[in-house]
Design a protein. Structure first.
Length: 141
């Protein structure tokens, strides 16, 4: 989608720059934006400082798709991945329109707040103690 949108912008003359606006170090493609962009990597790194064990977007993707771990754990990792992709896309758009972008540490904090709010809005009384302990271990509760 990123590549298509950007190609259209190039085609219509809205932009003549194919470089990633978040980092300026690569051609803006989906692969770059969500997996290789230094900005995105800094966001992931900042999240990793809080929850640990998630060194890159592709690792988060793999972990959320794996069949190991409980449904609760998979759903939380999947929600984190979705939130991460959405927020990076939002920052990319803000950067393009407003020429402003949140610092990666601020964005990671925002993502963690959103995930914690989602978890806390749920009724956890039926969640297994192992999953509650896992959420505590990731600093999500
Ligand atoms: Zn980039």
């Amino acid at each position: 989608m990123v590549k298509r949108v950007h190609l259209r912008l190039l085609q219509y003359g809205v932009t003549d720059d194919a470089d990633c606006m978040l980092c300026g170090q690569g051609i803006e493609t989906q692969e770059h934006l969500f997996f290789d962009c230094s900005y995105s990597r800094r966001v992931i790194h900042a999240i990793n400082q809080v929850i640990g064990g998630v060194p890159a977007t592709h690792d988060l993707l793999e972990r959320s798709m794996q069949h190991t771990g409980s449904q609760v754990q998979k759903r939380v990792l999947c929600a984190l991945l979705v939130c991460l992709v959405y927020q990076i896309w939002q920052q990319r758009n803000k950067c393009r329109v407003d020429m402003q972008v949140l610092r990666p540490e601020k964005l990671s904090s925002l993502i963690m707040q959103e995930i914690r709010a989602r978890i806390r809005s749920r009724d956890l009384t039926m969640v297994k103690q192992d999953d509650v302990d896992w959420l505590h271990s990731l600093n999500l509760l």
